[in-house]
Design a protein around this ligand. Sequence first.
Ligand code: FES
Ligand code: FES
Length: 169
Amino acid sequence: MATTLQINGKPVDVKAAADTPLLWVLRDELLMTGSKYGCGVGQCGACTVLADGQPIRSCSTPIGVLGTAKITTIEGLGGAHPVQQAWVKHDVPQCGYCQSGQIMSAVALLEQKPHPSDEEIASAMDGNICRCGAYQRIREAIKDAAGLPQVAANPPPIEVPAPKPAAGV
Ligand code: FES
Ligand code: FES
């Protein structure tokens, strides 16, 4: 039986069974490959999408539980979302694999808390793992999108005084 999902502002009929994880439907049936498969068990955040504005792990959410929830994927942000613009400005991605999940978690955070503290950013992004370790640039991009003060991305080098020759040499 077809299930109708609300994806990126449109009703979409999908053929998959109700116990199929949303990620499988997005990637294999709808060919929306922006959401990534990382661990498949809700641990890495690569597959994160929004359901009614809340981040969910699409790898471990069966479509049968979604009902009329409004699903937003990375494709639904359109490319010019302020968070995406901040990501470009800060050259955040390294390999890029985790990044759509990171961006979706950041979007959810800023919709709920437009000016998050460092602790709130850390807490909201805690479940999104980046194997490349781009965490500093991710934080800077979130702060930029929120209009918060930045830590200089490229601080000036520290002047190290030349060593003095030892006495008698
Ligand atoms: S692939 Fe879904 S949390 Fe890792
Ligand atoms: S940019 Fe490579 S895993 Fe995050």
